[in-house]
Design a protein around this ligand. Sequence first.
Ligand SMILES: *Cc1c(COP(=O)(O)O)cnc(C)c1O
Length: 397
Amino acid sequence: MPGFELFGDLEKKEVNDVLENGVLMRYGFDGMRNGHWKAKELEKALESTFQVNHAQLVSSGTAAISVALAAAGVGAGDEVILPTFTFVASFEAVMMLGAIPILVDIDDTLTLSPKAVESAVTQKTKAVMVVHMCGSMGHIDALKDICNKHNLLLIEDACQAIGATYKSKPLGSIGDLGCFSFDFVKTITCGEGGAVITNNDGYYLNSDHYSDHGHDHAGNDRGAEAHPLLGYNFRISELHAAVGLAQIKRLPEILKIQKLNYTILREALSQIPTVSFRTVPEGGEENYSFLNFFLPDLERSLKVSEAFKTQGVDACFQYYNNNWHYIRKWNHLKELKSLYPIPAEVKTGLEYLKTKEFPQSDHYIGRNISCLIKLSWTEAEVKARASKMVEIIKSVL
Ligand SMILES: *Cc1c(COP(=O)(O)O)cnc(C)c1O
């Protein structure tokens, strides 16, 4: 998933184009910009890549989630169902709007278990946010059915899954709204940046307005624009958009390299009978940014992960004790370590986290190892890595 690996002349050319032209902001300055609209151009490219009617660029993936939720009217007191395995941005964005994150178990897809979602639905539930972790997806049809049955929004956090598809549709384009991140470690990067995509005209207009202080962006005189809505500043700059514009042209090449490297590693690990792989629903195609596999139990998974580290197999993660991505170590959330008072309704809504356990999530995350697929590896390096991994796993099992 390494945006930091593949950039150079294309990106420099686009960024220099912005610097030489002199307009660093995406809105306004129409008279000075000589037809340079990098953010708009990148939005068009995203619409075509994801086959959707609308893309709205914003300043980060976290901003994209915040804007998507706000655009769809999620706010005070609403419950949003999220997986226990995600990035902290998921619940941060929900809580910033005064809504309540309801964390539920994952299954062997490493994302939301439809059963767990169904049993968490209450009168207050407004949205289900599926997080396509490590480049693959959950049981999307089942999740969609639940959302339709209970009249809930389906929001896709596809920050880690650019380029993956389900039944030939790009992830992010299937739910009501999809969110992407272009931070420095994602598959393609703007340095910092993100996007909301949707086919819904209303959600798009809301995203466009909300991410820029509620400006209506009507006409070509920014000074004369109205503020029909309250908003905030989640804008991307032209410089960041310029980097992204070069990066999106590289996407097919990046996906191709990821798949090649992933396949070599997977074929090697497949020869060990006690290793199994993350379930990818039928009709799903990963973006191959990570190879996720399971060992028989937590103890051996921790041992293998430790041996990878000490024996130089880098870029592999065991999330059980990780405090960025897995609920066990989110004490800052469980203890509500906040700089400012949290609304009483949210506090009450989060009481469940003091006692609730997630044995099913522990079962999968405890046994999982997740290996980042890099673009810079040569074929010989991937093969050497594969043999080393097999050797280490066999020595521990
Ligand atoms: C990276 C990431 C985000 C946040 O994106 P930023 O651009 O870093 O704010 C949100 N969700 C997931 C799953 C991510 O991996």
